[in-house]
Design a protein around this ligand. Structure first.
Ligand code: SAM
Length: 225
């Protein structure tokens, strides 16, 4: 596992290596009692979960305030935090049992992050969190138009949402209206991958989000912008 990590993740420190190993062990152990991931083989976990999660790392400044919306078993937030423990991350998910797992991960890895049990729609309307983040990261949660409504309201003006996606050639055009309504612009950056197309869609919030968004829980997915 250590060699695998060293060969896959550039500039990984021995300490970060140990944390990834501990994270992997917890993932496999807890996956037996709850559904965390279908990917369990070490090489696959390192590439498809750990390495993939690090795509946004070069864009995140030290100490940046970041929300991971729909973090699940901690992707991409936990790998980002292992590689840069100065990040101030809030882990958000609507499933409590996954957050219980993440509490154990943070304790074992001696990392700190805030854990919030909420639907992203409610989280984005909470004055404590709305327009308060420098960046939002999100992977495998929703289609781009839905994801924009869940993430952009959380950003400060000028903040960026990093949406981890596969091939977006068909999905990106469907987000045109959401980008317009949420005063957001998008660019795409390919993620190096030997297991199919991976893309980071970087969305910049250019002006405050209208107070109508996000709509009530369930609406963004039911009627995407
Ligand atoms: N981001 C992780 C990853 O890449 O492995 C988890 C992906 S999993 C397919 C989607 C996660 O998003 C689930 O844990 C689910 O509970 C959460 N989720 C989906 N919709 C959500 C919403 N509206 N608010 C909060 N969490 C949500």
């Amino acid at each position: 596992m250590h060699d695998l990590l060293k060969n896959t993740i550039p500039n990984i420190t021995p300490e970060a290596c140990d944390k990834f190993v501990a994270y992997y062990e917890l993932l496999i152990e807890w996956n037996e009692k709850m559904n965390l991931t279908a990917i369990t083989e070490p090489k696959e976990v390192v590439k498809k979960h750990f390495y993939d999660s690090l795509a946004a790392l070069p864009y995140l400044s030290d100490g940046a305030k970041i929300a991971d919306v729909g973090t699940g078993a901690g992707f991409p937030a936990i790998p980002l935090l292992i590689m840069n423990p100065t990040l101030k991350i809030t882990l958000v998910d609507s499933l409590q049992k996954r957050l219980t797992f993440l509490g154990e991960v943070l304790k074992t890895l001696d990392l700190s992050a805030e854990i919030v049990h909420a639907r992203a729609e409610d989280f984005g309307r909470d004055p404590k969190y709305r327009a308060s983040f420098d960046a939002v990261v999100s992977r495998a949660v929703a289609s781009l138009p839905v994801l924009l409504e869940l993430t952009v309201p959380l950003l400060k003006v000028g903040g960026k949402a990093y949406c981890y996606k596969g091939d977006v050639s068909e999905e990106l055009p469907t987000a045109k209206s959401a980008l317009h309504l949420l005063h957001t612009s998008a660019e795409t950056v390919p993620i190096a991958s030997d297991y199919g197309a991976r893309t980071l869609v970087i969305c910049t919030k250019n002006a405050p989000t209208p107070s109508t968004y996000p709509r009530k829980a369930g609406m963004p997915a039911k009627k995407p912008l």
